[in-house]
Structure formats: C-alpha cells, structure tokens
Write a new protein. Structure first.
Length: 150
C-alpha cells in the first residue's frame, strides 16, 4: 500500500478551510467584545427629536410644546353652513352640430366647456346663442341638461 499523496488541490482546500475557520473565530471574538447583553434598559431606548430624527439623548423639557387635546379634530370636520349654489348656470353655445345632435356650452363665469346632447335641450339652439343650463354627471364628465335659450 502506498502513502497518501498530498496534491496541490488538497493543499489549497486545506488552506481555504483554515482561513474560513480563522475568520469565523475572529467574528465570534468581535461579537463577544461588542455584546450589549445585560447593558440595561437605558442603552436600548431611543428618542425622537423636534425634527423627527431618532437620537440617543432625551429631549430638552424646556422645548416642550403644550397642545390642547380638545383642539384636535378626529374624523371629518362638520361642513360649515354655506348658501346653496344656484344649479342654473349661464353660458354660450360654443359649438353645435345639428346633424349629429351634440355640441358644447362654454360657461360664462368659469369658461369651462360642457358637453350637451340634443336630448338635454328644451329650446332649439344654434352656435353663439346665450343659454341657461344645469349640470349632470355623465359617463365621461359633466353634461349640460335642461338647456334653454335666454
């Protein structure tokens, strides 16, 4: 029987194994040195300063701001009494296509354009006519309905 041969590959694997073992021992020693076990509750506490950052020092009681708990509103605040908005708006027919039966009204106050369909007309209208109308939510936005010529 021959003697076991030590090849280059075997030597390299043994070196790697020993190197890993040393690194593991160093890490273990480092963890033991930095161990905070038994350091106490005070070392675990962190505080929030006035800027919202975490710190290890307690805040200065002189900078404390008193807040009245009654002034904090939880939930949705009550809607203030407002006079009801007039549903009838005024505007001018900006565009109207008689053959297709639709057009657009430009509101006088806000210059917003609203779609109008021939079914929403009370009077016959044409482009440039001044009209009064009400708004109704449609599939693609607000639609003008009950359109009357002024």
């Amino acid at each position: 029987m021959g003697k076991a041969q030590e090849t280059f590959g075997k030597k390299e694997r043994e070196k790697k194994r020993l190197k890993k073992r040393k690194e593991k021992d160093l890490k273990r020693e480092e963890r033991k040195a930095n161990n905070l076990k038994g350091a106490g509750f005070e070392s675990m506490i962190s505080y929030v300063d006035e800027n919202g950052q975490l710190t290890d020092t307690p805040p200065d009681p002189a900078n404390k701001i008193e807040i009245d708990a009654e002034s904090i509103v939880i939930g949705i605040p009550k809607k203030e009494e407002m006079e009801p908005e007039d549903p009838v708006k005024k505007g001018r027919i900006d565009f109207f296509n008689d053959s297709k039966g639709y057009g657009f009204i430009k509101e006088a106050e806000t210059n917003e354009k609203y779609f109008v369909h021939v079914n929403g007309l009370i009077d016959d209208v044409g482009e440039g006519d001044k009209v009064s109308f009400e708004l109704e939510r449609g599939l693609k936005g607000m639609n003008a309905v009950k359109v009357k010529k002024i």
